[in-house]
Write a protein that binds this ligand. Structure first.
Ligand code: DGL
Length: 272
C-alpha cells in the first residue's frame, strides 16, 4: 500500500493535486516538485526524459504504486519512454500516467465551432503530442497551438499578476487567435497556467471558453481507479498529503499556497 505520486517540474502540478484532493480526498498523495531544475519547458527531449525518470524512480522508491506526471512537458516528452522502456524493470506492477491523454479525450466536447487553441510550453508544442492524440479522438477538430516560453518563468518568479506580464500574455493570445478565426475554446495545456487565468481572460473575447486540466484529470483518475480495482486497493487511504521539493523548502512553502489553495509544509530532497 502506498500514496499516489504526483510530479511536476515545479509548482504547476499543485493545481492538479488540488483537484485530485477535492475529488478523491480519501487517498494519500506524495508530491514532488523538481524546482531546482525547473522550468523543463524549453529543455531537450533527452533532458526532460532524464530528469523525469529520476523523479519517477524516487517516487517508486517511496512506494507509490501509481504516479501521475502532472506536467504536460514531461507527459509529452518522457511518459511514453518511461511506460514502454523503463517501468517493467523498475516496478512491473506500478503505473505512470500523464495529463495529456485525459485532456485530449474530452477537449473536443468543449467546442461548438470545431476550432480550439492550445497554449503550452515550447517543449509540449514542439513534441506534437497534442495534435497526434486529439486526432485520435476528435479527427475533425481544428487545433491551433502557441508556445508561451515566458509564462512559466513569470509564474515561477511570482511576476504573473504584475503589469509586466501583460505584454507576454497578450502577445501569445493574439498569435493563437489569429491562427483560426473560429476558435471558441482555449486549453491551458501547462499546469502552471491556471494562475494566469484572470490575466488571460482580460485579453480574450467573452465568447471564448478557457479550459484548465485539474478537474479533467481528477475525473479521469476516478474512472481509472474504478476500472482498475487491483490498483485502487494498493493505494493507502489516510487522506494525507506530503510535499517534497528539490529546491528551497522555504520558497516552496511560500509560493505553493497560491497553486494549492492552502498552506503546506514541504521537505527537501536532493536528486543530483
Ligand atoms: N507545468 C509544466 C507543464 O505542464 C511545465 C513547466 C515547465 O517546467 O516548463 O508543462
Amino acid at each position: 500500500m502506498g500514496p499516489i505520486g504526483v510530479f511536476d517540474s515545479g509548482y504547476g502540478g499543485l493545481t492538479i493535486l488540488r483537484e485530485l484532493v477535492n475529488k478523491l480526498p480519501a487517498y494519500d498523495y506524495l508530491y514532488l516538485g523538481d524546482n531546482a531544475r525547473a522550468p523543463y519547458g524549453n529543455r531537450s527531449f533527452e533532458t526532460v526524459y532524464r530528469y523525469t525518470l529520476q523523479c519517477v524512480k524516487w517516487l517508486l522508491e517511496k512506494d507509490c504504486p501509481l504516479i501521475i506526471l502532472a506536467c504536460n512537458t514531461a507527459s509529452a516528452k518522457a511518459l511514453r519512454s518511461i511506460q514502454q522502456q523503463d517501468l517493467a524493470s523498475l516496478n512491473p506492477t506500478a503505473r505512470v500516467l500523464g495529463v495529456l491523454r485525459p485532456t485530449t479525450e474530452v477537449i473536443g466536447n468543449y467546442s461548438t465551432t470545431g476550432s480550439i487553441g492550445i497554449l503550452a510550453t515550447s517543449g509540449t508544442v514542439q513534441s506534437g503530442s497534442y495534435l497526434l492524440e486529439i486526432e485520435k479522438f476528435f479527427p475533425e477538430l481544428n487545433v491551433a497551438q502557441e508556445a508561451c516560453p515566458m509564462w512559466v518563468p513569470l509564474v515561477e518568479n511570482g511576476e504573473h499578476l504584475g503589469d509586466g506580464a501583460d505584454y507576454f500574455i497578450k502577445k501569445h493570445i493574439d498569435n493563437l487567435l489569429q491562427q483560426h478565426t473560429q476558435i471558441d475554446t482555449l486549453l491551458l495545456a501547462c499546469t502552471h497556467y491556471p494562475l494566469l487565468k484572470d490575466k488571460i481572460r482580460q485579453f480574450l473575447p467573452d465568447s471564448v471558453n478557457l479550459v484548465s486540466q485539474g478537474e479533467i484529470v481528477a475525473e479521469s483518475l476516478q474512472e481509472y481507479l474504478g476500472r482498475h480495482p487491483e490498483m485502487e486497493s494498493s493505494l493507502s487511504k489516510n487522506g494525507k498529503q506530503r510535499f517534497y521539493t528539490t529546491d528551497s523548502t522555504q520558497d516552496f512553502d511560500a509560493k505553493a499556497v497560491s497553486f494549492f489553495g492552502s498552506a503546506i509544509t514541504s521537505k527537501h530532497v536532493d536528486l543530483q
